[in-house]
Design a binder for this molecule. Structure first.
Ligand code: DGL
Length: 276
């Protein structure tokens, strides 16, 4: 299994921020990235729908012979992780929430932690549950910032409009007893990091749950003796459920380099609907 690819799944291109960290940390691994672009956003949908979509997308990756599955989507991690672990008991299935929660608990001095996420992730209560497990006296404020997903998709990552939207979302949580740590609990938010830092100022620590998850993936594969043993360049394949041209265009902002449209295969997940 060592040289089989790692499957990375997100509702769209946002998980490429996680893939980028994975490639930096584990450059000799191969990856298959699946963006369920036809059904994005997940962040406004119910837990049942998100779980069903996640099971189908994961089945498509497992079908391609992956050795581990990374749920590079906070919303899918919030709802579908137990179902996925049950479905694939022999395979490491790693989400982004536990890693982000642990890092936030380590970084925060006051124990006051804000979590920026999609509406569905906020509603799931998954971050507060994961944080309280590590730090039972933590005070957590969940901030649903669904509009930021659209801004990131549009490539609007800086400037006055983004600043105003962030102010609107963040200022209520900072009016009294401000948190000292903010978790970027959505894979789209790291591309807005510079603007978020500008709005919050230098004293607030930002935790990117995606990049902390990459360290979890490394630990998990090392423990299982499943790290790739080659020393050759990473092979990366991209799958999207809709529009490879748009995927390639938006992906550049997330991956930080260009992806040839040719390298993206458009797939249909309907054959995997039997897994529900
Ligand atoms: N990938 C999703 C997440 O991390 C954000 C995009 C969406 O709403 O589908 O929560």
């Amino acid at each position: 299994m060592k040289n089989q690819p790692i499957g990375v799944f997100d509702s769209g291109v946002g998980g490429l921020t996680v893939l980028r960290t994975l490639i930096e940390r584990l450059p000799y691994e191969s990856y298959i990235y699946l963006g369920d672009t036809a059904r994005l956003p997940y962040g406004t949908k119910t837990g049942e729908t998100v779980t069903r979509y996640a099971l189908q997308a994961s089945a498509a990756l497992v079908d391609r012979g992956i050795k581990a599955l990374v749920i590079a989507c906070n919303t899918a991690s919030a709802y579908a992780l137990p179902a996925l672990r049950q479905r694939y008991p022999g395979m490491p299935v790693i989400g982004v929430i536990e890693a982000g929660a642990e890092e936030a608990c380590q970084v925060s001095r006051s124990g006051r932690i804000a979590v920026m996420s999609t509406d569905s992730t906020a509603r799931s209560g998954a971050y507060p549950a994961a944080i309280l497990k590590v730090r039972p006296r933590a005070q957590i404020v969940s901030i649903a910032c669904s509009l930021l997903v659209a801004l990131a998709e549009e490539g609007w990552t800086e400037g006055s409009i983004v600043g105003q939207v962030l102010e609107k979302y963040l200022s209520p949580a900072f009016a009294r007893d401000p948190p000292d740590t903010v978790v970027l609990g959505c894979t789209h938010f790291p591309v807005l990091k510079r603007e978020i830092e500008t709005v919050l100022g230098p004293d607030i620590a930002l935790v990117d749950s995606g990049s902390t998850a990459a360290a979890f993936v490394e630990q998990t594969l090392r423990k299982a003796g499943e790290l790739a043993n080659g020393k050759t360049q990473t092979d990366i394949r991209f799958l999207a459920t809709d529009g490879s041209d748009r995927f390639a265009r938006v992906a550049q902002a997330f991956l930080g380099s260009s992806i040839r449209a040719l390298a993206i295969e458009t797939i249909d997940l309907s054959p995997f609907s039997r897994v529900d």
